[in-house]
Ligand binder design. Structure first.
Ligand SMILES: NC(=O)c1ccc[n+]([C@@H]2O[C@H](COP(=O)([O-])OP(=O)(O)OC[C@H]3O[C@@H](n4cnc5c(N)ncnc54)[C@H](O)[C@@H]3O)[C@@H](O)[C@H]2O)c1
Ligand SMILES: O=C(O)C(=O)C[C@@H](O)[C@H](O)[C@H](O)COP(=O)(O)O
Ligand SMILES: [Zn+2]
Length: 367
């Protein structure tokens, strides 16, 4: 077996391991057989972009080498695939492939394929087992914690479930082929983990951002281990978002509104970067954090080559209407996770609309 790091996640559906390292794709078959007892067959859901490389062939060969009947299905790249229509085509593939209740669905790709395939796994025959094989930097966040979902035209992730994987197998060598823009997008979720949970991790990111942006694999692996450890710790404490898990939504009230108004215009991490800046501004305006937090965040996002501004084409009223449909909202109040300092955030369930509008306009005007 290859040398790598292992993290452990507690889940009511069964604790699971997160493996982070190299040459893990060739081990998928035996590692899945080890945790998915009596598995009968597999559906391997693959992001279209990966067909340019040998990743899916390696995973499929390793599953078949263990004697597991495996059917591969390819999903078009991009956020539009996180839809009920694509889920429908996957249900058909499940039936055609003869998947039964002892089968397993594997997601090979980024957060889009992970969320979509996980949603299908959560609902086909009322739930079959699920394995995450993330291939983007951002998917370090998406593959841990069991949130699976599809989007509606009205909002991100509005239909979904908590369906934890049996195992996460994160082969960092797949990141060598990730475009620079997607690398930066993934760094946004790591920066988020620093802001909400760990000042020392945020400082580490400040020191190493240039190497991370350049795609240095050693630095990336170290960063992923810490960022995944933070995510694993939080979801182990609060799997279904009754409390502390909501902190992982820092930046997302604004991000999800931006994404819903123009699916695909921004990568998820880009929208989160804009969202973190806007929400930090709201926090400053409430007197909950000082300008130094905003300054450090702005500087780090810039070093990560991430956007920070809302294009003028986005209407403030439409953004606020979308935020009222956010899953953190009760009675359509505007709910935000706001930083008090680097390493600490609090949930604000009801921020007044004028304050939110002012912050949104400030982020637009500084174009
Ligand atoms: N479930 C969760 O907890 C959670 C957490 C964060 C984000 N998400 C969701 O994840 C999605 C975003 O995920 P993402 O940023 O990974 O986007 P993505 O899945 O769309 O992947 C980004 C791009 O990279 C390509 N790609 C993937 N792996 C590659 C590789 N190794 N080499 C070359 N190209 C590759 C894809 O084809 C795509 O074009 C959003 O829908 C977001 O809502 C979910
Ligand atoms: O795991 C979580 O919890 C998160 O909030 C992680 C986020 O990065 C992710 O984008 C998640 O999908 C957002 O959750 P949602 O419940 O607001 O859809
Ligand atoms: Zn996110």
């Amino acid at each position: 077996m290859s040398a790598h790091h292992t993290l452990y996640v507690q889940s009511t559906g069964g604790d699971y391991e997160v493996h982070i390292g190299r040459q893990l794709l060739a081990e998928v078959g035996k590692r899945v057989q080890a945790v998915c007892k009596d598995v009968t067959s597999a559906l391997l859901v693959v992001d279209e972009s990966l067909l340019a490389f040998s990743y899916a062939d390696t995973v499929e060969a390793s599953l078949k080498a263990g004697g597991m009947p495996t059917v591969r299905t390819v999903v078009a790249r991009g956020e539009a695939s996180k839809s009920l229509a694509t889920a429908d085509t996957l249900y058909t593939r499940c039936v055609e492939a003869g998947l039964d209740r002892k089968s397993v669905v594997l997601a090979l790709g980024g957060g889009v394929v992970g969320d979509l395939a996980g949603f299908v796994a959560a609902t086909y025959m009322r739930g079959v087992r699920f394995v995450q094989i993330p291939t983007t930097l951002l998917a370090h966040d998406a593959s841990i914690g069991g949130k699976v979902a599809i989007n509606l035209p009205q909002g991100k992730n509005l239909v979904g479930a908590f369906h934890p994987p049996c195992i996460v197998l994160y082969d960092v060598e797949t990141l060598r082929t990730l475009p620079a823009r997607e690398r930066s997008s993934g760094l946004a979720e790591a920066i988020k983990h620093g802001v909400i949970w760990s000042e020392s991790f945020f400082s580490w990111l400040e020191e190493h951002m240039d190497s991370l942006v350049d795609g240095d694999l050693d630095a990336t692996e170290e960063m992923l281990f810490t960022s995944c450890a933070i995510k694993a710790e939080i979801v182990s404490k609060d799997e279904t978002e009754q409390g502390v898990r909501a902190f992982l939504n820092f930046g997302h009230t604004v991000a999800h509104a931006i994404e819903a108004l123009a699916y695909g215009q921004f990568a998820h991490g880009e929208a989160v970067a804009i969202g973190m800046m806007t929400e930090c501004l709201i926090s400053v305006s409430l007197g909950r954090c000082d300008e130094t937090v905003l300054h450090r965040l702005r500087t780090l996002l810039k070093a990560a080559h991430l956007p920070q501004h809302i294009p003028p084409s986005f209407d403030v009223d439409a953004l606020i209407a979308a935020m009222r449909r956010d899953k953190k909202a009760t009675r359509q109040q505007l709910a935000f996770v706001l930083p008090t300092r680097i390493g600490n955030v609090e949930l604000y369930p009801d921020v007044e609309e004028t304050r939110v509008a002012t912050a949104l306009r400030a982020r637009r005007l500084t174009q």
